[in-house]
Design a binder for this molecule. Structure first.
Ligand SMILES: [Mg+2]
Length: 311
């Protein structure tokens, strides 16, 4: 949800009649940060610059009417989830139907009843807050609080396409806690959960760039997606991760040689091309992880393309 520096929610009022804007401003100014537009095109420009949390939109305006503004907003991926409340007059009952069909969430009628306006706005703001929260929660892993597999899959796809356009490499790290099943068997599942949380935060601390993403992929498996990162950069991050898990020094009697919690990490770097997809990157990181396990765990292995397949 968009908030100003002072934490207030932003509402955009769009009406060609300054008196209407004045009345709504008086009604809402104590609770929200208000912005004003007196034409449809001005409103669209302002939404592009700083998307508000809610738009109150007059229907009858010269040049571009409220319906057109609504259609344009619903066609814009950045703006389509912003709730729109239409302003109608008592004589325009049929307008309300059209507006709701276009995706408006509610309408308020002129002349304004301040108490009703405040309630309708508050209800819609609360609904949006809950929708945003739900969307965020459905992309987070419940135990560790970091993005989950669903979020990672979406990000890999997006970053793959982005790096394809910018002709930059993408790297993916797949980390798996060694002998985790025996950790659970030895210390119990609650301790296992604590272990996952500790490993998760230690891995998170090794990521320094805002575009990097750490996700819990499932079980004791974590993934780090590093857009615009070459093989050398990715190996550096992987080494830091390996060290970070070792530095936790969590006792693990079932880990045979090391006797503390360790992880194995597979690294894959690809330049997105026409014949490859993000699924190839996942597969490559998985292969490298398998190698790290085979070679004795607590190590980083780097995927290298087959000799006959020059990237
Ligand atoms: Mg008007």
């Amino acid at each position: 949800m968009t908030t100003c520096h002072d934490g207030q929610l932003m509402i955009l009022l769009v009406d060609d009649a300054p008196t209407n804007i004045q009345v709504l401003n008086e009604t809402l100014k104590d609770d929200y940060r208000l912005f004003f537009a007196t034409s449809g095109s001005e409103a669209l420009r302002m939404v592009n610059q700083a998307p508000p949390d809610l738009i109150i939109l007059d229907i009858i305006m010269p040049d571009m009417d409220g319906y057109e503004v609504c259609r344009a907003l619903k066609a814009n991926a950045q703006a389509q989830n912003i709730p729109i409340i239409f302003i109608t007059s008592m004589r325009q009952q049929e307008d309300e139907v059209v507006g709701l069909e276009l995706g408006a969430v509610d309408y308020i009628t002129k002349p304004f009843n301040p108490a009703v306006v405040r309630l309708r706005v508050r209800n819609q703001i609360e609904l949006k807050r809950q929708r945003d929260l739900l969307a965020r929660l459905s992309n987070l892993d419940g135990l560790t609080g970091i993005p989950n597999r669903r979020a990672l899959d979406a990000s890999i796809d997006r970053e793959w396409r982005r790096c394809q356009r910018s002709r930059k490499p993408v790297s993916l790290l797949m980390a798996d806690i060694d002998h985790f099943k025996s950790y659970n068997d030895t210390y119990g599942h609650l301790a296992g959960d604590d272990c996952l949380k500790s490993v998760s935060s230690s891995l998170l601390q090794t990521l320094e760039r805002p575009g990097d993403l750490l996700a819990r992929y499932g079980g004791e498996e974590f993934m780090a997606l590093l857009p615009e990162t070459d093989a050398i950069g990715a190996q550096l991050v992987a080494s830091k991760m390996l060290q970070a898990v070792n530095d936790l020094a969590m006792p693990h009697a079932g880990a045979l040689a090391d006797e503390h919690v360790t992880a194995s990490i597979g690294v894959a770097t690809m330049q997105p091309g026409r014949t490859t997809s993000s699924a190839n990157l996942l597969e490559a990181a998985d292969q490298a992880l398998y190698q790290a396990k085979q070679q004795g765990r607590n190590r980083v292995c780097v995927w290298s393309p087959p000799a006959d397949q020059h990237a």
